[in-house]
Design a binder for this molecule. Structure first.
Ligand code: ADP
Length: 288
C-alpha cells in the first residue's frame, strides 16, 4: 500500500436493490488515493454517487466488492469489531446536509461535548476541547445558548465543533452547505478551509457547487458512478466541454475569464475563485 495514502479505495463497487428485485449499479469499480492533509472536493451532478461514496467511507454502507483502507486499516474487512468501528469513527468525522438532524442537546456546549463524552474522555479535557472547538468555529459566545435559536449556518458550525472536539484526522462534508443561505454557505466554506489549513485536517467535501469545489486543492469528478476527472481545480476547469457532458459547468469567474480571453484580453494566472479572478483581471487591465 502507498504509504502516502491516508485513505485508499480499491476497485469499489456498490449497487442498490430496485423495487422489482433488480439491482442498479451506483459506484462502478472506483479506485482513489487520498493523502493526509489533502483538501479534496468530490464533485458531480445529482445521482452521480457522491453521497453513496461518503456513506461507504463512514461505514454506513457496505460495498458489493472492493476495499477501503483508512490509515492503513481495512474498514471493509467483515471481521471488523465494534471497537474497530468506534476507533475509525474517531478518526473520520462526517458533517451532513441538514444541521437540525445533527444536534442532540438543548445547550450548545453540551452538544459539542456529546462526542468526546462518548469517547470516554476525562471531564477537564472535555471542557478544554469544547472551548477550543467552539473558539475554532467562532461560536464561543453562543456556548450557553440553545441550538434551536441559531441560524442554519451557526447550527452547522456547532455540528462541526462537535466533530472537531473528537480530534479527527479527516472530516467528510456531505453537501453540508446545501440548506444554507449564501452567508451561511460562505461561513462554512471558510470554516472548512481553516480546518484544513490551521488544524491539518484532511477534508473530503462532497458538493455539486462548482464555486465550492474551486476552493479545494484537488477535485475528483464523479459521473454516473465513475471517476471522470481527477486533478487540481485549474486542470479540471480547463476541460469545460467534458464538464458540460456530465451536466456541470465551470465556476462563474472562470466563465467570465474565458469570455474575456475570447475577446482578446489576456488574463494570466489562476482564476477559479472570485478574489484570484479579480486580481488577474486587475493585473491584465494595468498592463493593457
Ligand atoms: P449523489 O450524492 O451524487 O446525488 P447518491 O449517492 O445519493 O448520489 O445516489 C446515487 C444513485 O443511487 C441515485 O441514482 C440514487 O437514486 C440511488 N440511490 C441512493 N440511495 C439509494 C437507496 N437507499 N436505495 C436505492 N437507490 C438509491
Amino acid at each position: 500500500m502507498n504509504s502516502d495514502s491516508y485513505i485508499k479505495i480499491e476497485n469499489l463497487s456498490i449497487s442498490y436493490e430496485e423495487d422489482d428485485g433488480g439491482r442498479t449499479s451506483v459506484l462502478k469499480n472506483i479506485s482513489l488515493n487520498i493523502k493526509k492533509g489533502e483538501y479534496l472536493a468530490v464533485l458531480g451532478h445529482n445521482g452521480s454517487g457522491k453521497s453513496t461514496l461518503a456513506k461507504l467511507l463512514n461505514m454506513i454502507l457496505e460495498p458489493d466488492s472492493g476495499k477501503i483502507y483508512i490509515d492503513g486499516k481495512e474498514i471493509t474487512d467483515p471481521s471488523m469489531t465494534e471497537e474497530d468501528v468506534f476507533e475509525l469513527r474517531k478518526k473520520v468525522g462526517m458533517v451532513f446536509q441538514n444541521p437540525d438532524n445533527q444536534l442532540v442537546a438543548t445547550i450548545v456546549e453540551d452538544d459539542v461535548a456529546f462526542g468526546p463524552e462518548n469517547l470516554g474522555i476525562e471531564p477537564h479535557e472535555i471542557r478544554k476541547r469544547v472551548d477550543d472547538a467552539l473558539s475554532a468555529v467562532g461560536m464561543s459566545e453562543y456556548a450557553k445558548g440553545e441550538p434551536a435559536r441559531l441560524s442554519g449556518g451557526q447550527k452547522q458550525r456547532i455540528a462541526i465543533a462537535g466533530i472537531l472536539a473528537m480530534k479527527p484526522d479527516c472530516m467528510i462534508f456531505d453537501e453540508s452547505t446545501a440548506m444554507l443561505d449564501p452567508l451561511g454557505r460562505r461561513d462554512i466554506m471558510d470554516t472548512i478551509e481553516m480546518l484544513n489549513r490551521e488544524h491539518g485536517i484532511t477534508i473530503i467535501m462532497i458538493t455539486h457547487y462548482m464555486d465550492e469545489a474551486a476552493r479545494a486543492n484537488r477535485i475528483v469528478v464523479l459521473d454516473d458512478g465513475e471517476i471522470l476527472m481527477d486533478g487540481a481545480p485549474t486542470q479540471i476547469f480547463e476541460q469545460h466541454e467534458k464538464l458540460k457532458e456530465c451536466g456541470l459547468d465551470v465556476p462563474q469567474c472562470v466563465g467570465l475569464v474565458n469570455l474575456l480571453k475570447e475577446r482578446g484580453i489576456i488574463i494570466k494566472g489562476e482564476c477559479h475563485t472570485p478574489s484570484a479572478c479579480a486580481d488577474a483581471i486587475v493585473a491584465a487591465l494595468n498592463k493593457g
